[in-house]
Ligand binder design. Structure first.
Ligand SMILES: [Fe+2]
Ligand SMILES: [Fe+2]
Length: 471
């Protein structure tokens, strides 16, 4: 296994010390990154010690170190999974050729675009989340927020390393621009729509980490198959960290649901809002909003770009090597339902052109597992409400369903009907105001805000009243 240089300014397992030019370039970018963090990160907590996990190796048996650290002192490192000798391009027109260790000239532009698009989401989410700590429902949750933030920062480092190391001056310019765009800024927004949506409340944060970070998981799974070996290796390690972000979202929502169940059992005839918890139908509307927004991140259903990325061996299917036998995808097709007049008709699309849709399908199936978990929380409490995912056609802004209207089950409806029912399906102003009203900080060790249940156990087996954040 590659050795870890943890003492240098930029901890890494890529032997940065042997490439002085690259090292200098990254050391020049580092203060700009820290300045970005100072302006756009959770600024007001910079002098607080937080119980964070830091990646120190890629060893699956023990890759992280836990300890109290101030966020500006966090050590953002560059860690790639070890090189696999003899690895080949796993799919596409170059399948079976040696995997690329340098950027293949003919695909330079496409590869850079893929890396920049992924990279842009990492700082964007930190910007979206920057004010949430002030209203954290507990120190445990505040710590989890900061953990997600520092790891998104490390993911940015992972991508910036690729840009600096493999793309010369263009790559360095892209790395600078990654610190220049701003989530929600009308003049220089982040690249993808969802990453410009503001996160005002912890309910949005839990939905985001559940549904939007999960988009990240599937994008990383597709890039982890890449024939460009350094990209594959870095994405594999990022996936290890990503799992915690989705844990935060899934269990956060689960704890909100658990608390609502308790209130409903204690006060069966009351509106849960009277007792400061969030009603199920309101949670469902937030689910509908964040799922539909995140579903857009996969792009158009039929996409020649996606086909080209696949043909070139740059971006595969999730679990390409494990799950499929045919890595050409030249035969066969994928069935897509499109709208003709006011009817849905089935259309067969050549497989390579349907790669976005395939990834979206995998993503939605994975979401379903989280929803099943929430439904188990409800049934364990002896209640019988069921949460569900909205249909993939619902409330879309990208792809063939844009500008058309569907109900949450995917049935075509008129615009008029949609607008009449929108307040049943998507968060209303009133919902948002109510959830906002609950966002009162609870910053005492071992205490939790009234709208959320405590977690079953602490981080790294720590006690509930552990000082996760030293305020
Ligand atoms: Fe990330
Ligand atoms: Fe993430």
């Amino acid at each position: 296994m590659a050795s870890i240089d943890y003492e240098s300014k930029i901890p890494n397992n890529v032997d940065l010390a042997s490439d002085k030019r690259l090292q200098r370039a990254l050391e020049k970018w580092q203060p700009e990154y820290l300045q970005w963090g100072h302006e756009m990160g959770p600024t007001d907590f910079e002098d607080k010690e937080i119980y964070l996990r830091t990646a120190i190796s890629v060893d699956s048996k023990g890759w992280a170190h836990f300890g109290h650290v101030k966020m500006p002192d966090y050590r953002w490192g560059i860690f790639l999974e070890p090189h696999e000798a003899g690895r080949v391009v796993p799919f596409g027109d170059h399948a079976g050729e040696a995997a690329w260790q340098e950027v293949p000239g003919e695909y330079r532009t496409e590869l850079r675009r893929l890396i920049v698009t992924q990279a842009d989401t990492e700082p964007a989410s930190v910007e979206q989340q920057r004010l949430l700590a002030h209203t954290a429902p507990s120190l445990y949750d505040m710590r989890n927020l900061f953990q997600v933030n520092v790891e998104e920062g490390r993911h940015l480092w992972a991508m910036v390393y690729l840009l600096h190391r493999y793309f010369g001056k263009d790559g360095r310019n892209e790395a600078d621009e990654l610190l220049d765009r701003r989530s929600g800024n009308p003049d220089r927004p982040r690249i993808l729509g969802t990453f410009n949506e503001p996160l005002h409340t912890w309910l949005d944060f839990f939905c985001f980490t559940m549904f939007t970070d999960r988009d990240g998981k599937f994008q990383l799974l597709a890039l982890a198959e890449s024939g460009f070996d350094p990209l594959a290796r870095t994405c594999r390690f990022m996936l290890t960290e990503e799992a915690h972000h989705m844990f935060v979202g899934q269990t956060g929502m689960g704890r909100i649901i658990e608390r609502t169940c308790q209130v409903m059992k204690e006060h069966p005839d009351a509106d849960p809002r009277e007792y400061g918890s969030i009603p199920f139908d309101m949670l469902q509307r937030y689910i509908n909003f964040w799922v539909s927004s995140s579903t857009d991140l996969y792009g158009s259903e039929v996409s020649s770009n996606a086909a080209n990325y696949y043909a070139a061996g740059l971006k595969g299917r999730a679990y390409e090597e494990k799950k499929y036998e045919d890595h050409q995808a030249l035969e066969g097709s994928y069935e897509i339902e499109k709208i003709e007049g006011d009817k849905l008709v089935k259309e067969e699309v050549p497989l390579r052109n349907a790669m976005n849709e395939l990834l979206r399908t995998d993503y939605l199936e994975d979401n379903q597992k989280g929803v099943d978990y929430w439904n188990r929380v409800v049934s364990k409490q002896g209640l019988d409400y069921r949460f569900s995912l909205p249909h993939r056609r619902f409330n879309r802004s990208i792809g063939m369903y844009t500008g058309l209207y569907f109900d949450v089950d995917g049935t075509p409806v008129t615009q008029e009907y949609f607008e009449q029912r929108a307040s049943d399906w998507l968060p209303t102003e009133e919902d948002r105001a109510y959830v906002q009203s609950l966002m009162v900080p609870c910053h005492e060790p071992g205490k939790w805000a009234g709208w959320i249940a405590p977690p079953p156990k602490g981080i790294n087996s720590q006690a509930h009243d552990f000082d996760y954040v030293r305020l």
